[in-house]
Ligand binder design. Structure first.
Ligand code: PLP
Length: 369
């Protein structure tokens, strides 16, 4: 049995009629940039999140970067980011001219550990940027309390957590603004690069919209030094079809995760911990295993594809060598990156396939116990 990590062609097949129809609709109007598909998607996604404004962007990194810039955060400022995240979280801060300052995670939830935030705050700190990593909400209550006590903004990196909830509320609604990615492999994925910002702040929404549209609110009037990073009509049309399926597809992921948690309980590995307040949408299902490389090899031999999110933390990446964060500077992130293993996960994974994954993993763990 072959188990792919994520089956995007099955996703296309399930929604083929809607997606093909969306392509035809846009092609027939031949209006490709800033038209009604984007406007309608922005309305639908802001309603989905429960937030006042949605602004389409070219991708998730740009969405985060626009937020940081529009908040006036730049050179001389610091933003607290997780030590274990996709590098985009850090890059958004760096590209705005500010400094990302790493906060270590709780090693069981993998999310930013609120108990470690205050020690990282300096007079230069302007914002906290928690990531809802792997589809589980970060522990927002203490993060918001610390932010308030120190006068800091909270920017959510919700790129992996479309539809996830914390105390019953969707992520993306807690900070002053939040970024989503619609990269094809995300829970809500376009058929190419796409992203957006959501916020309840009308003035911030306006500033972000202009900044991502050549610094322009009116065609050929350029009031700020803007960027070109917009959601295009085709991707918006595809996303409208996929948004209608998002909750059901997340529920399927939740069923797979529940199955993994049951079948793998008691095995020689560390399962992800879910906060009482959180309802994860399981963008990926990450376990921690010793001798990971040997386990990956045995799984591959049994047809089970796995990935590692992420093998190298930003601090150990060449791009951030200049920060001089040497070995041991961020020990939790460094330990996790040597142990984390993402199992196949997605709305088109059958329970039978998930069982095959569990059988193969349990056998590999026996051999390497
Ligand atoms: C995917 C991702 C991003 C960036 O999204 P892109 O659309 O690929 O630019 C940012 N942060 C996190 C945590 C992500 O997983």
């Amino acid at each position: 049995m072959k188990v792919p990590f994520l089956d995007l062609s099955a996703a296309y097949r399930e929604l083929k009629d809607g997606l093909d129809g969306a392509y035809q609709r846009v092609s027939e109007t031949s209006w490709y940039i800033q038209g009604s598909e984007v406007t309608e998607f922005e309305k639908e996604f802001s309603r989905y999140c429960g937030v006042g404004h949605c602004i389409g962007a070219g991708n998730g990194l740009d969405a985060l970067h626009l937020i940081v810039r529009a908040l006036g955060i730049g050179p001389g400022d610091e933003v607290l980011v997780p030590s274990n995240t996709f590098i985009a979280t850090w890059l958004a801060v760096t590209h705005a001219g500010a400094m990302p300052v790493a906060v270590e995670p709780d090693a069981l939830t993998h999310n930013m550990d609120p108990a470690r935030i205050e020690a990282a705050i300096t007079p230069r700190t302007k914002a906290i940027m928690p990531v809802h990593l792997y589809g589980q909400a970060a522990d927002m209550d203490p993060i918001l309390a610390i932010a308030q006590a120190h006068g800091l903004k909270v920017i959510e990196d919700a790129a992996q957590a479309h539809g996830a909830r914390y105390r019953g509320r969707r992520v993306g609604t807690f900070g002053c603004a939040s970024a989503f990615s619609f990269y094809p492999g995300k829970n809500l994925g376009a058929l190419g690069d796409a992203g957006c910002v959501v916020t309840d702040d009308a003035a911030l929404a306006k500033a972000i919209r202009e900044l991502g549209n050549y610094g322009s609110a009116q065609k050929y009037h350029h009031d700020t030094l803007g960027f070109n990073t917009r959601l295009d009509e085709l991707q918006a049309a595809f996303l409208r079809v996929k948004l209608a399926a998002c909750d059901e597809w997340n529920a399927r992921r939740q069923a797979i995760a529940a199955h993994y948690l049951t079948r793998l309980a008691g095995a020689n590995l560390i399962l992800p911990k879910v906060l009482d307040e959180a309802e994860p949408v399981w963008h990926v299902f990450v376990v921690r295993v010793q001798q990971r490389d040997a386990v990956v090899k045995m799984l591959a031999e049994k047809g089970v594809a796995t990935l590692i999110h992420y093998p190298i933390p930003p601090s150990r990446s060449g791009a951030y060598a200049h920060l001089g964060l040497s070995d041991g500077a961020l020990p939790i992130a460094e330990t996790l990156c040597g142990e984390v293993l993402s199992l196949p996960m997605g709305p088109h994974l059958s329970l039978e396939a998930a069982d095959h994954v569990c059988d193969a993993l349990l056998a590999a763990l026996e051999v390497h116990a």
